[in-house]
Ligand binder design. Structure first.
Ligand code: HAM
Length: 438
């Protein structure tokens, strides 16, 4: 029967059958980030509204149009987090994490909320995988953290075997750094001299925050954006060009590299190198990940100067890419999924408890297990196992119980093997492949 209630548009349930992919991705995330020395952080979904208005910026689309903001019972302004960089900064400052550590490498996964118009790849409740490098500096190499964070991102996508990526980079140091006023006034002058061609939103932004003109989708404005005389307004530094060379040399063939002067990102906290990764398989919403340097956010939130950089990846979009153009990943998601079919009578509780025990030791070794309720109909079990994407079905009936064995069926080939009771884990370990870390 259809329920009279539905979830809000753009806020989806993740159901059994789908959730396995999320769990797989979360597992890969933990493995990959641990290798780079990152620790996980979790922060509340709700934060004081001012945290986001101050850090992301009043004139940004996110703050201006997309935040879920309301008053709680204590009349406090609260907001469902639209992103996590500000929350992580708040948590680091509040908990004094930099008092015991010179620098921090943090990663997170979790739900974010933005009131955008829902469409494929654009949700109102969506999920991100993110990483932040906090206070990691090297005097001999001011762009070291920028290099590292991009490497972490590209390595991660490479580890997941994602192909056809487009990487774009820009340096906002002059535009948003100490010379910001001068550079912005030059930019303002340029746009003012073409004011008649600007769309009304951009005219409003001209005085409020000239950089937000770059978010415009209107073609006449986009043409003006393409023609900005950058070399007069904000030429690139030698160091930035060196960084580009270093990054480009390290990219594999499946990542294209582009310097994009128009890349300013939709959040105000950036002060230096910014970057985005798009996927040509995603369609209209092709931004897969974005990030960059934000050296003033901690001061803005009342702490001391703390240089930072980071990125976030959209998990819905990442899963879409994995499914659409990476069939190997798709099959790897179920490689370690094992279905236990108990075909002995369902009053044999002792046998069932033993099966649960065996499944637990598989779980501890990284397998995903599905333990079905006992039922004599093997055909039904096998149908369900294949529907759930299990790669092996472990069968146990009266005969296996007497012989102290498992019958293990490979769901791809249909091959069956008879395995002694204590040898199940070993057998499955040897017969399932894992992704290799690059
Ligand atoms: P962002 O570019 O706003 O950056 O979001 C990062 C990614 O989240 C996007 O590239 C996209 O894949 C995904 N995303 C954003 N909005 C939606 C949506 N409505 N539906 C589905 N996916 C979406 C940030 O959030 C910054 N915190 C990145 C960062 C971390 N900068 C420094 N550190």
């Amino acid at each position: 029967m259809a329920s009279q209630y539905s979830s809000f548009p753009g806020m989806d349930d993740i159901l059994p059958g789908e959730i396995e992919k999320w769990q797989w991705l979360e597992e890969k995330t933990r493995t990959a980030f641990a290798c780079w020395g990152f620790n996980e952080i979790r922060t509340p979904l709700l934060e004081p509204t001012e945290l986001f208005t101050r850090s992301i910026g009043e004139t940004t689309d996110i703050v201006h149009k997309e935040m879920y903001t309301f008053k709680d019972r204590g009349d406090r302004n609260m907001t469902l987090r639209p992103e996590m960089t500000a929350s992580v900064a708040r948590a680091v400052i509040q908990n004094g994490l930099l008092k015991t550590n010179k620098f921090l490498k943090l990663f997170y996964t979790g739900a974010m909320f933005r009131a955008e118009r829902p469409q494929a790849g654009r949700k109102r409740q969506f999920h991100q995988i993110g990483a932040e490098l906090v206070n990691l500096t090297r005097e001999d190499d001011p762009y070291y953290a920028d290099w590292l964070i991009v490497r972490v991102l590209i390595n991660f996508l490479d580890y997941l075997k994602i192909k056809n990526l487009k990487f774009r980079i820009n340096d906002l140091t002059l535009i948003n750094g100490e010379q910001a006023e001068l550079v912005r006034s030059k930019l303002r002058k340029y746009f003012e001299s073409h004011k008649s061609k600007l769309d009304p939103d951009s005219v409003y932004r001209l005085d409020k925050n000239v950089l937000r003109i770059f978010d415009s989708k209107i073609e006449t404005t986009r043409a003006l954006i393409r023609d900005v005389p950058w070399n007069d307004i904000a030429p690139f530094s030698e160091e930035f060009l060196k960084l580009n060379k270093l990054l480009q040399e390290g990219f594999e063939g499946n990542v294209s590299f582009e310097i994009d002067r128009t890349l300013v990102r939709g959040l105000d906290y950036y002060t230096g190198v910014v970057f985005e990764v798009a996927s040509s398989t995603l369609g209209a919403q092709d931004a897969l990940a974005g990030g960059g340097r934000y050296d003033r956010l901690y001061e803005e939130l009342g702490s001391t100067s703390t240089p930072c950089t980071g990125f976030s990846i959209g998990m819905e979009r990442l899963l879409m890419v994995l499914e659409k153009n990476n069939p190997t990943a798709q099959s790897q998601m179920s490689t370690k999924s094992i279905y236990f079919a108990s075909i002995f009578p369902n009053d044999n509780h002792a046998a069932f408890l033993k099966t649960v025990g065996a499944s637990r030791s598989l779980t501890e070794s990284g397998f995903r297990v599905i333990v079905a309720e006992p039922s004599p109909k093997l055909g039904d079990h096998l149908k369900r196992a294949s529907k759930l994407g299990a790669s092996y079905t472990v069968i146990r009936g009266d005969q296996e119980l007497t012989e102290k064995k498992w019958t293990v069926k490979n769901m791809m080939t249909g091959d069956q093997a008879s395995i002694p009771e204590g040898g199940l884990l070993n057998y499955l370990m040897q017969n399932t492949k894992e992704l290799e870390l690059p």
